[in-house]
Design a protein around this ligand. Structure first.
Ligand code: FPP
Length: 257
């Protein structure tokens, strides 16, 4: 016999509370700068690509952790505009890994209610990559539990230039341009701003990532290298987030000038 549940997320909420997480205050959108793959590989005497390949397991663990904690949007910085400057072999290997992972994981992700999409200059990606992204666009048949957003050939300055060009192309007058107008012209137009940004590998930089959207986000930095990042590290970040007092520039202690 099964006991009827009074609330669809009852079991999940109980597990979260047991892990020291308040289910009511889980960030809706978490953005991650996955960093440290190269160093992780180097420490093992391997090529950088070895680190990227192991980073896929961390992506899986992070998606699981986001689903378990009730995060609704997860954005992963998988390839920056600047990453095109890396050696061709590394860029090619990263693109292959991306396509391979999309092919392998698409069904599994859809069955878990994960919808995949990309932000960035997708048109600059290899054809196979673009085709695969197109393929997975449909997403799950049933309810969507998590939007997994891959930032690919993305940089915030590129995104802003594109937005300004589009606004000018649409003939907007200066007085038409409000912060909400800019929101609508960015790649993230239909996404809420991230409330939490995680960066791994001990670097304390934003590296041209979602400069506009992270205006009020809490930042969590961890020295863990991306290929070692697991569910517990994601939960650490959420616990850290829940200990912050978010003021959005308001009182107390807001500067008056
Ligand atoms: C940064 O490490 C990581 C990247 C540039 C690529 C991230 C890609 C993955 C985790 C693999 C595939 C992703 C998906 C979504 C399937 P780095 O090379 O800059 O490391 P370093 O700072 O130690 O040199």
């Amino acid at each position: 016999m099964t006991t009827p549940s009074t609330h669809p997320h009852e079991a999940r909420d109980r597990a979260l509370r047991a892990a020291g997480i308040d289910p009511q205050r889980v960030p809706e959108h978490v953005a991650v700068i996955m960093d440290g793959n190269g160093r992780w590989a180097k420490r093992r005497g391997e090529e950088r690509v070895f680190g990227h390949a192991h980073g896929v397991e961390s992506v899986r663990a992070t998606v699981e952790a986001a689903l378990e904690s009730g995060v609704r949007y997860l954005t992963l910085y998988a390839f920056s505009t600047e990453n095109w400057n890396r050696p061709k072999e590394e860029v090619d290997a990263l693109m292959d890994l991306l396509v391979k992972t999309l092919v392998q994981e698409a069904m599994e992700l859809a069955s878990k209610g994960v919808r995949l999409r990309a932000i960035g200059d997708v048109g600059s990606l290899p054809d196979a990559c673009q085709a695969q992204l197109e393929e997975v666009k449909e997403g799950p048949e049933g309810e969507v539990h998590l939007d997994l957003v891959l930032a690919l050939s993305y940089s915030a300055k590129w995104e802003m230039v594109e937005a300004i060009r589009a606004m000018m192309g649409d003939g907007l007058a200066p007085e038409d341009i409000l912060p909400s107008t800019i929101d609508k012209y960015l790649q993230t137009a239909d996404l809420p701003d991230p409330e939490l940004m995680i960066r791994t590998s001990g670097e304390h930089r934003i590296s041209n990532f979602m400069l506009w959207q992270l205006a009020y986000a809490e930042f969590h930095f961890t020295s863990v290298l991306w290929p070692d990042f697991r569910k517990e590290n994601f939960f650490d970040a959420i616990r850290d987030f829940q200990h912050r007092e978010r003021r959005f520039g308001g009182l107390p202690n807001a500067k008056s000038s």
